[in-house]
Design a protein around this ligand. Sequence first.
Ligand code: GDP
Length: 532
Amino acid sequence: MTSPNPALVRDVADRRTFAIISHPDAGKTTLTEKLLLFGGAIQLAGAVKGRKAARHATSDWMEVEKQRGISVTSSVMQFNYKGKVINLLDTPGHQDFSEDTYRVLTAVDAAVMVIDAAKGVEAQTIKLLEICRLRNTPIITFINKMDREVRDPLDVLDEIEDVLQLSCVPITWPIGMGKNFRGVFSLLNDELVRFRPGEDHLTHETEVIRGLDNPKLDELFPMEMKDVRDAISLVKGAGEPFSLERYLAGDQSPVFFGSGINNFGVEDVLEALVNWAPSPRPRDAGTRMVQPTESPFTGFVFKIQANMDPRHRDRIAFFRVCSGRYTPGMKVFHVREGKEMKIPNALTFMAQERKRMDDAVAGDIIGIYNHGQLHIGDTLTEGEKLGFVGIPFFAPELFRSVRCKDPFKEKQLRQGLQELGEEGAIQVFTDDIGHIYLGAVGVLQFEIVAQRLANEYRVDAIYEPTEVSTARWLLFPDDKGKTKEEFCNEQAARLAVDADGNLVYLATSVYNLQTTQKHWENVKFLTTREMG
Ligand code: GDP
């Protein structure tokens, strides 16, 4: 192997690619905005000036999101901070869209976990952390909403350690809470940085007070300092010191307290990302590990999104670069299709804006215009037959059958569903006689798909309950297709294909599934399909 190109090594070392994970309402969108504000990527959080009433988060793209006030799609945002190039991947927090979130988590190198200090660890936090664990993703914890009457910080820390089995090391400590929340004391730097809290703008008037024993602190916060010193001495005495190594291994989490809405603690999180979060790591490409500093360009598609901008009826494949360098117009090898393709003008993202991307290295996310040739999980290389592993599809547990109100719109319906299926918004199964079934993880997905079919494809469809209750992907033993042929003959009525053409068994009940499984012992019925 040739030695790595020094410019590439330097650029890769400067990348930080992470996602924010949280239970809905813990404050992920607010923190995202504030990180962008501190990163200098936006000037005013949450809004287009002068349209106060219509304010919505910068990372929420789509009409549906605006209406419902939840993030459905995952947005990608790139900005520079202190010489580092930061790629922030937003994730839908609502559990109905968890599948999308899981895929985004395969494309990052680190995560920030936001916890609501009043609620502590919530259901979706647990699930998301499990996914991070699969890949030992390093986690920074942000305990948010300290400006409210919340729980004792020590309590919240204990709960994270117990429930998530993640060892916590506080890096900052809150002074007071609720109306008396004064800011955070940095245990690491032994100082308090005071600034005027602002909601939308950054203020630069800051004052630094050094030393936990500094009498200035008692003057300023006579009511709070005793408790703060007691708690800090307890934490320091009982806890372990911060270890960069253990953080990077994913088994220790540095913890920051703050209030996203007031900007408290946000800059500390950004500093931690820059100083501690890993630069892009080697990736498993099936046959071998790919180093981020290798010269040949490689990467994979982790998300497809249709019609992000209603003015352009296009689809964008979100692609994580894993090695090499992207240059406009480059030719790449599409491994699944076994042929060359050109990437004429990839995109980079900044919330609602998209710009032409001129240069991208490992860790960066580029948007590739897509007319259906790229699917979720696809690998692109410069010729080598690799397949990046780990992008999951989960067997849905909720089903609807779907048909057009207007039979003349059948073609639009199929096209819309094909695109939404490839995008991963919903799973689409079709059988031999033309029935279409939608499969979802959460019930909200059906509503979103119905709205999008109506708005983007002008199709009014009828959604009906179906006898299908669960689905399994099928894997046949390699006996020259004999088992497959027999199985397909016998089970024809229960078979369908997904948006990628994979054969699926649609069971009417758990009993039905078990009986068929028993009868066909050498056929595998899979609950997840992993791309790559
Ligand atoms: P997400 O669902 O996790 O993206 O949460 P959002 O950022 O949309 O926040 C949910 C709600 O909590 C919104 O009403 C926010 O204004 C509010 N919120 C977020 N951060 C804070 C905070 O630090 N303090 C307080 N008091 N409210 C917050």
